[in-house]
Design a protein. Structure first.
Length: 300
């Protein structure tokens, strides 16, 4: 009997040591992965300077998630701070603690479209996959708008990840944007916004960071435990879109943050940005989501 007890104790000790070794190795490998350099070819572009383009850049900045994380003034903010994880977006104005004082236009393009910093390291947390296929006109408008923001003091970027998330990142369960982006894919052509499925697909690309490439939702790997799983936006099992058969009901939800029954949707959903989308973008997005083939939820 004592032999059995001793054997079980030794086995548990061995498992514990193996687990500790895996955590240590995963943490080290995760940090190495965050420090890796990624070579991507980036073409420079001429930025617009006309008032209409700057206004369009402001619209995209406010409705595609930029202001949600960096603040409307661009000064940065604590995006996640739950004790174990702290993510602070950087100041992207020319004020104190600015992250972009030496950014050239191609550095902006590399950041937005490829998820890669000017020094070649991957960006953490920023959902560059949402912006990877933006047209040259839209990328140029966003950059031009940000560059004319008033300099304000802000916060320096901070990424503090729990050990468990670092281990998941090391072994591929959590991926940075640079891992998910097809860096050879051409940007979308510049087209006039219209209530079409094609334009809706273009708008919906800014949703994949949370809802997944297939828009089927499911828990975001590595996200805080308090965050709910993003909804399935296809017509498949567990779809949220069954509540929004008409464009009007869909637009009301985006503007109010409430379901048709009056219940409040999680504030993790960026309604501050979504509610400012114009009617053309909202109607096109609804048409596209309604056109998707049914897929079971959670197949990110």
């Amino acid at each position: 009997m004592n032999g059995w007890v001793r054997g079980i104790g030794l086995a548990m000790l061995a498992l514990g040591l193996a687990g500790a070794a895996t955590v240590c190795a995963g943490t080290w490998l995760g940090e190495l992965k965050m420090a890796r350099t990624i070579a991507v070819e980036v073409a420079d572009m001429a930025l617009p300077g006309d008032a209409a383009s700057i206004a369009h850049g402001r619209y995209l900045f406010n409705t595609r998630g930029c202001a949600t994380c960096h603040g409307r003034d661009g000064s940065g903010a604590a995006v996640i701070d739950d004790g174990a994880m702290r993510i602070v977006s950087p100041n992207i104005t020319a004020g104190a603690n600015s992250a972009i004082t030496r950014y050239r236009t191609l550095d902006w393009v590399r950041t937005l479209r490829h998820g890669v910093k000017p020094d070649g390291r991957p960006l953490m947390i920023m959902p560059s996959e949402d912006y990877s296929l933006l047209s040259d006109a839209d990328v140029g408008a966003i950059i031009a708008y940000v560059r004319q923001l008033a300099p304000v003091p802000g916060q320096a970027a901070q990424v503090r990840l729990p050990v468990a998330v670092k281990v998941m990142y090391a072994f591929g369960a959590v991926r940075d944007a640079a891992e998910t982006i097809d860096h050879s894919a051409p940007p979308a052509p510049a087209t006039a916004p219209a209530v079409t499925i094609e334009h809706g697909a273009y708008v919906a690309h800014s949703c994949i960071g949370c809802h997944g490439e297939n828009l089927t939702g499911g828990r975001i790997p590595g996200a805080p435990s308090a965050w709910p799983a993003p909804a399935n936006l296809t017509p498949g099992h567990g779809s949220a879109m069954t509540r929004y058969r008409t464009p009007e009901s869909f637009m009301t939800m985006l503007r109010s943050g409430r379901r048709p029954d009056g219940s409040t949707i999680s504030p993790v959903m960026p309604f501050g940005a979504l509610g400012e989308m114009n009617e053309v973008d909202m109607r096109a997005l609804h048409a596209y989501l309604q056109s998707l083939p049914p897929r079971a939820g959670g197949q990110r």
